[in-house]
Ligand binder design. Sequence first.
Ligand SMILES: Cc1cc2nc3c(=O)[nH]c(=O)nc-3n(C[C@H](O)[C@H](O)[C@H](O)COP(=O)(O)O)c2cc1C
Ligand SMILES: [Fe+2]
Ligand SMILES: [Fe+2]
Length: 399
Amino acid sequence: MQPVEIKPSIYWIGVNDRHTEFFEGLWSIRNEGISYNSYLIMDEKKVIIDLCNELSIDELFEQLRRFINPAELDYIVINHMEPDHSGGLKALLNVAPHIKLLGTSRTKEMLESFYGITENIQVVTDGEELDLGRHKLKFLSTPFVHWPETMMTYEMTEKIIFSCDGFGGYGTLNGSIFDDKAQDLKKYEQHALRYFVNIVSSYSKPVKNAVAKLESLPIDVVAPSHGLVWRRDPLRIINLYKQWAEYAGTSGDPEVTLLYCSMYGSTEKLMEVVAQGIADVGVPVTIFNVSHAEMGDILPSLWIRRGVMIGAPTYEGGLFPHMSFVLDVAQRKHIFNKISAEFGSYGWGGGSLREYTERIQGLRWQHFDSFHDKGMPNADDLINGRKFGADFAKRILEG
Ligand SMILES: Cc1cc2nc3c(=O)[nH]c(=O)nc-3n(C[C@H](O)[C@H](O)[C@H](O)COP(=O)(O)O)c2cc1C
Ligand SMILES: [Fe+2]
Ligand SMILES: [Fe+2]
């Protein structure tokens, strides 16, 4: 895309990434892509805020050169050191060798360990201000949104918060960068939820701290480094992040995520009646076959829904491997405090329950009940499976 003026002398100069299949090597973005947003402030002092990944840096330079020879830049603000925003740093230093790098003390350490950069670094502290001429920046320490060195940068004249990963979302920018021009805002909000749960949900407390820190500031524009720039309703995305972070301490909404897998169809047959039982009670159920579904889609469902119904056959004395993997990642992402139940088919000695029980201890999930069937379910199993689903749904409604 071509640069976009956000406010007088303040420009978006980002790039769309429509090629990466797995963000961070794990989260599928094959359908929606992602953007890396940088920002340029042209004042007496010229500042670029955040960069993009290494692959896209030439495209970013092209945009930059429409306004300035990069050698004339005074500062680069490094809100976050993850290589999706800093991968282009060395290339920038090649064309702008005298540029000053602004970041937190942790950023300084990381600049050396990631890129061997030790010079022209100016450490900024929480609340510190920097005069650019007509504009003034204020640096806000927001550790762990998403890494320990993370900060946000507030532009005081135009009241813009450059929030980097915070308030970011998946999804390329399609023709326009702004919330008021987005074709399908609901979709962007879903992308943002997915991004939040995939990337920062383990750091919900730091997210809440960051939101609290911003509460005293007048904000006209939220300008993250992924996804839409929010200017019509800047508080919308801040409030969504706040709301999503608040799920961390609760079990979630009275709905069920049903995760299942099946090699030969026995567990799947049971799954159909378990889902029917849940729906009989009027509780919404969202079903994922963990052998096919994307981890990036499963986790947001777990994050916001109270109930987790697990259907898995016994595989080598334990859970089916894909199911183990989902539960492992859920634990790493701190998806705690759920209510769960487990069912599945086995051939001889079983074992899925044992591994499930171990895994939900780490997840701090409350176990409701189990239901197992040897081989292919018969008519009675299906009746009992439906009742098992209904009983679980009733428990979910109790809170
Ligand atoms: C590779 C493999 C490993 C299995 N390991 C066990 C096991 O350790 N214990 C057991 O009771 N059944 C085991 N089984 C049998 C399955 O649990 C049984 O066939 C079950 O009905 C499969 O359910 P599904 O049709 O939903 O895949 C195994 C089956 C396969 C194919
Ligand atoms: Fe990040
Ligand atoms: Fe990022």
